[in-house]
Ligand binder design. Structure first.
Ligand SMILES: [Zn+2]
Ligand SMILES: [Zn+2]
Length: 276
């Protein structure tokens, strides 16, 4: 028998607000900004639930997808078109952040699964570029944001003759360079704060990553203006290592995963991959 993983996507719309009742209005505003509004604000949430289990040798399935849809869909339906803070009991004492909502989904879905099928990951997108993941590890969650920067490069190796460079890199060896809108998805792994419901506040993650990208990469010709590439080709395999090293300085041990998209057709990762 072999272990299989299946992911099913669900969507729901809901509103929520962030507000710590033991703080005054000013402190709430300072931490949560406009998200403290008592009327809430809304999202089109996307929920990806990954299940794992042995592949049944007779049916060839981990779990029948129509059963997945029925069981998890019933849970998701309870969240659809609600104001999470007031319509659902789970958020009376915890902030309905993406991290906490993912954790609540895990707790609600887990007992409903048939024998031999387990949750692997709950991933919740609040927007296309922001998402949280919960893996069932106590209060720990992963929080991710997608960033975009623009840069140019020429692929060229000093270890190869000109003719070999043209052969290996093709059009990418054009000596005048060419450019991309690179996308970087940066993930941090931390315990969920019991008061704010967040791993790392979005603003803090944004500031740290944007500072790095602006100073080191935005608008640059990588192979000529970034010293790191003076002795190595400015490929995405090398670029993601440069980004990882730079972000380790900013985010320390909380940095969990980086994905780098050069175009819509290719993306790159580095280090040990834990979950995919
Ligand atoms: Zn929100
Ligand atoms: Zn390129």
């Amino acid at each position: 028998m072999s272990l299989g993983y299946i992911t099913r996507r669900f969507r729901f719309c809901a509103s929520h607000r962030y507000f710590v009742s033991s703080w005054d209005e000013e402190q709430n505003r300072a931490v949560f900004g406009s998200r403290v509004s008592k009327y809430g604000h809304g999202h089109n949430y996307t929920l990806d639930v990954t299940l794992k289990g042995e592949v049944n040798p007779v049916t060839g399935m981990v779990m029948n997808l129509s059963e997945v849809k029925q069981i998890i869909g019933a849970v998701v339906n309870r969240f659809d078109h609600t104001f999470l803070n007031v319509d659902l009991p789970y958020f009376s004492e915890m902030q309905p952040t993406a991290e906490n909502v993912s954790r609540v989904f895990w707790r609600l879905i887990e007992p409903d699964l048939p024998e031999g099928v387990f949750l692997h990951r709950v991933r919740l997108y609040t927007t296309e570029s922001v998402f949280a993941e919960y893996f069932g590890i106590e209060d720990e969650a992963v929080f991710s944001k997608r960033f975009i920067f623009s840069a140019t490069h020429r692929l060229h190796s000093d270890g190869l003759k000109d003719e070999e460079n043209r052969k290996v890199y093709g059009k990418c060896n054009n000596k005048h360079g060419h450019g991309h809108n690179y996308e970087v998805i940066v993930s941090v792994h931390k315990p969920i704060d019991t008061v704010t419901g967040m791993t790392m506040p979005l603003k803090e993650l944004e500031t740290k990553v944007r500072d790095f990208l602006k100073a080191e990469l935005q608008g640059k010709r990588l192979d000529m203006e970034v010293p790191y590439f003076s002795d190595k080709p400015a490929t995405s395999e090398n670029l993601i290592v440069f980004i990882r090293k730079g972000l380790e300085q900013k985010l320390g041990p909380f940095l969990y995963r980086i994905k780098l998209k050069e175009t819509n057709n290719n993306f790159f990762e580095t280090g040990e991959l834990f979950d995919e």
